[in-house]
Design a binder for this molecule. Sequence first.
Ligand code: SF4
Length: 298
Amino acid sequence: FSAIGEEREIDRDEFTPGIEPQATWCPGCGDFGVLKALKQAMPEVGRTPDETLLVTGIGCSGKLSSYFESYGFHSIHGRSLPVARAAKLANPGLEVIAAGGDGDGYGIGGNHFMHTARENHDITYIVFNNEIFGLTKGQTSPTSPKGHKSKTQPHGSAKDPVRPMSLSLASGSSYIARTAAVNPNQAKEILIEAIEHDGFAHVDFLTQCPTWNKDAKQYVPYTDVQDSDEFDFDVTDRREAADAMYDAESRLYEGEVLTGRFYVDEERPSYTEEKQATDEMPEAPLAERYLDEDSEWE
Ligand code: SF4
């Protein structure tokens, strides 16, 4: 283990534990892409495994914390964000990442998603969006398209899907992006930005589920809105961002995959910064406080 804050070269292999996901994730699953992108991003962020906490919910995506070497907390369904928030409040020096599926985050944990965004907690939230419940064998999820047939909606879903980025913006997230497991270079860059962002960073990560969502697209081809002449909007302008993400969310269900950064607010202070400004929360990480014999925070 290294001391918190110590600068040294970090290798992505440090984030690889002794177990591999091949035994539980199906061949071709998009979850592999998230794991790979996260392992590639962390060394560039400059955080070591012992400076990082990964909190997961329930689902195939929830196993991410088993295959990523860091502090980990495999929580219960939809509850990764309250656990992540508590950890960040207790130890502001820790890099806290939460992850879960679209059912976990936009359905069961939807209330936590909304309020963690509203309060702008300094957490990165990765949502594996495969438009289905994978682990429990293919039920309709909050992002399943209208008309999608499953065991729980055998005649086709009558429900309009959640618009994750629009919901995120309306709730108060200060960084919102969409990427795809089939686009590892962009995914890595977006994760770096999200983790380095001070505030609640939400990444809607499109992850194909070839086992239970066979009819769904593989999210190819995809377009990066920052690289396309068709799209010209200011990611720091809330109204322009709202239009762009609404458009992207609509087009996803028409078979067009638009990815990239959709909203970035670097001005708004995070919850941690707001609390530290009132002296309600100490700036020193928990470990340093315990080492300081005179600390009033022991
Ligand atoms: Fe991935 Fe779907 Fe298999 Fe789960 S069921 S591991 S989401 S392919």
